[in-house]
Design a protein around this ligand. Structure first.
Ligand code: PLP
Length: 372
């Protein structure tokens, strides 16, 4: 049961994790210990197996939050004389563009409104028009809104034009379908603390091994160089710099639970049930979602703030937090919103209790209508 001191995290991550995942962190591994090296190898193998053919793809782990891995992947795989087209309909697409600008490589953008999915027709036209674009960068689930971008069509169009695709699948990996056999990509990037339900501390890229091998000396950064990091893993099974040992042990256990739940299908199935319970429950109370159901990824839901003058987000947040639930502020520039995550160790029953609690808080705060 969630309590005031340990709330259920209905956020985009870090998330509520299983107790066995947290317990896996109680051992002090030496970074050269055989037990740690085995865990490290298994984590890398299992991550590749989730989305690609291990004969053609390698997994490179990288210290830091997910952003570090996105930056490492772009810095390693974008050639210095390459040109990226970033598909942008939210904060994470904007962040990718910003990174590439800081690296000093050429970048152009295809911008859609935050409430619209990436326009595949415009992508097709942009690639036809500009043969100097070498790479397309896309965000699978735009966590800013919870938007599900059409990753299959994006991959098909990018491959049709013979360009490379790099996918930020941070908030989708492990819960939404993605396999290089069907959805061709050069690299996909995610982190330990979202749908895989590990704890925060590292991210990873799964990339074509030939592309990683060809990228020697390309990266602008010493610590974010995925080519050098892969070399380290392959040569002596070591991280180049201090590994987050406990966090890796936690992901090892979290991956066991992921497999036990039925892999991507099982995990995604529970998140879909959570999302449906959340959306239908809050709509019954009068709330409106930002996105129509067909654009909604079962990861995080953006809700419009009620127009009732008694509603303020901070008061609403605090009352829910006191009752054991942590929600998340909105990230939109256009409309006042807030967000509720469907991911982590959360069940449809938890969501049911959450909806009941929201009803109670509305009543206590004299909010007669939740309509925006
Ligand atoms: C969480 C997330 C990231 C990485 O954010 P960090 O705070 O660095 O972990 C990147 N892209 C998307 C789409 C995300 O949801």
């Amino acid at each position: 049961m969630p309590t005031e001191s340990v709330p259920l995290l209905l956020t985009p991550g870090p998330l509520t994790t299983a107790s066995s995942t947290r317990n896996a962190m109680t051992v002090d591994f030496g970074s050269r210990d055989q037990a740690f090296i085995r865990i490290n190898r298994e984590v890398r193998q299992q991550l590749v197996a989730l989305c690609a053919d291990p004969a053609a793809y390698s997994c490179v782990l990288m210290q830091g939050s997910g952003t570090f891995s996105v930056e490492a992947t772009l810095g390693t795989l974008l050639p210095r004389d390459g040109k990226a087209l970033v598909l942008m309909n939210g904060a994470y697409g904007r962040r990718i563009t910003h990174m590439i600008e800081i690296m000093g490589r050429e970048v152009v953008t295809l911008v859609d409104d935050e409430t619209e999915p990436t326009s595949v027709a415009r992508l097709d036209a942009a690639l036809a028009e500009d043969p100097s674009i070498t790479h397309v960068a896309a965000v699978y689930c735009e966590t800013t809104t919870g938007m599900l971008n059409p990753i299959q069509q994006i991959a098909d169009v990018t491959a049709k034009h013979g360009r490379e695709l790099i996918i930020d699948a941070m908030s989708a990996f492990g819960a939404l379908p993605l396999n290089a056999k069907r959805t061709p990509f050069q690299a996909v990037v995610a982190s330990s603390n979202k749908c895989l339900e590990g704890v925060p501390g590292f991210g990873f890229a799964i990339a074509r091994t030939d592309a990683l091998e060809a990228a020697a000396g390309n990266c602008h950064s010493l610590s974010l160089d995925l080519h050098a990091q892969l070399r380290g893993f392959e040569n002596n099974a070591q991280w180049r710099f201090t590994p987050p040992t406990q966090v890796i042990a936690a992901l090892h256990e979290a991956l066991r639970l992921h497999h036990e739940e039925g892999g991507v299908e099982g995990r995604g199935g529970r998140y879909r049930q959570n999302c449906e319970a959340l959306v239908s429950g809050l709509r019954r109370l009068g709330f409106e979602t930002l996105l129509p159901d067909e654009l909604q990824a079962p990861i995080i839901v953006t809700l419009r703030q009620p127009a009732d003058p008694n509603f303020t987000f901070t008061r609403f947040y605090d009352a829910l937090r006191q009752r054991g639930f942590a929600i998340y502020p909105g990230k939109l520039t256009q409309a006042p919103t807030f967000r509720i995550g469907c991911i982590g160790q959360v069940t449809p029953r938890d969501i049911g209790r959450f909806v009941t609690t929201v009803a109670e808080v509305l009543e206590r705060q004299d909010i007669t209508s939740a309509a925006p």
